[in-house]
Design a protein around this ligand. Structure first.
Ligand code: FES
Ligand SMILES: [Fe+2]
Length: 332
């Protein structure tokens, strides 16, 4: 176990909650990137994520703050704050304080998740969070799948980049996930903030088979460091989302979601049970990775086998764009 030497304030989209955790009128407390935050849902359904402290005298809006129609009302003196973080009402004065603003975060709800855009330089989002269905451009959607199955692990001593590096780490599949043979990468595309990795992999058969004969694989799309979505082919149809969000200078929350494809059949109840079982198996595999990541020390520069060099070099070079210079110098 060791504190990551990489910045815990990277730029990008990061999951901070699930949509169904924040109903209309709810004020949800959370801590990410070392900041106390609240997420609240207005009557119209709009979701706002903002820093937690009232700009008046600093009450924490997550303790007694109340959604009133389209605004959030502070429990201390009743000042009201808009979805843009602006003060819109001081109940005992005829005009609001137009100058003060609570920091809000760009937010997207997608695949049942709440994603926020985090950037220490406060730039506008420069890429979109990936969608576990639409981003693969294959016409798929949630209705073709059983309900999302979830894993949530909080406060683990790991960095989002560890999890992404797993995507180019072909050798670990055999040892951590017990695949019979080592997978082979068919695509590494790290040209843009959203990157792509495809590989041929099988979980079946013995170690005598040749990778050339394997007819199954995984396509992965990484939306920055925070979110990765995958699609499988040639095996039980499954989609996954992994989302790693820094909490403070040494820990992250890990969320992992699985969808299993529906198939027409005679016995829907049995099929649903099977799907749930398979989903749990996919989650179990991910937990095997977590066990490694949570105790790993980031190795830099790493000792690499020749065949590992290309993938790791590409992903580490790609990752640097999410660590702003401003933050690096600030950190000394
Ligand atoms: S501290 Fe929020 S209204 Fe006074
Ligand atoms: Fe893995």
């Amino acid at each position: 176990m060791a504190k990551p030497p990489l910045s815990m304030k990277p730029t990008g989209w990061f999951q901070v909650a699930w949509s169904d955790e924040i109903g209309v009128g709810d004020v949800h407390r959370m801590t990410y990137f070392g900041e106390e935050m609240v997420a609240w849902r207005a009557e119209s359904g709009g979701l706002t994520v903002m820093n937690a402290y009232c700009e008046h005298l600093g009450a924490h809006l997550g303790y007694g703050g109340k959604v009133v129609g389209e605004v959030l009302q502070c429990p201390f003196h009743g000042w009201q704050w808009s979805q843009q973080g602006r003060n819109v009402c001081i109940p005992y004065q005829d005009r609001p304080n137009r100058g003060r603003r609570i920091r809000t975060y760009p937010v997207v709800e997608r695949n049942e998740s709440v994603y926020v855009w985090h950037d220490v330089q406060r730039r506008e989002p420069f890429f979109d969070p990936p969608d576990v269905f639409a981003s693969f451009g294959d016409g798929s959607g949630a209705d073709g799948y059983y309900p999302q199955q979830r894993l949530f692990r909080v406060g683990l001593e790991l960095h989002p980049q560890y999890v992404l590096e797993n995507g180019v780490d072909f050798a670990h599949f055999k040892y951590v996930h017990n695949t019979p043979i080592v997978p082979v990468f068919t695509r590494h595309d790290f040209a843009e903030p959203v990157s792509f990795v495809d590989f041929t992999i099988t979980f079946e058969g013995d170690d005598g088979q040749r990778i050339e004969d394997v007819n199954s694989g995984v396509e992965a799309i990484n939306g920055g460091l925070g979110i990765a979505v995958t699609k499988s082919w040639g095996m039980v149809d499954n989609r996954t989302i992994s989302a790693i969000t820094p909490v403070d200078e040494s820990t992250s929350d890990v969320r992992f979601m699985v969808y299993i494809g529906r198939r027409p059949g005679k016995d829907p109840a049995r099929a649903a049970t099977k799907a749930a079982e398979f989903g749990r198996e996919v989650i179990r595999q991910f937990e095997q990775d977590i066990e490694i990541w949570a105790h790993q020390r980031y190795s830099d520069p790493p000792a690499l086998a020749t065949s590992e060099y290309e993938g790791f070099t590409a992903i580490r070079a790609w990752a640097t764009q999410f660590y702003p210079e401003a933050f690096a110098s600030q950190k000394g």
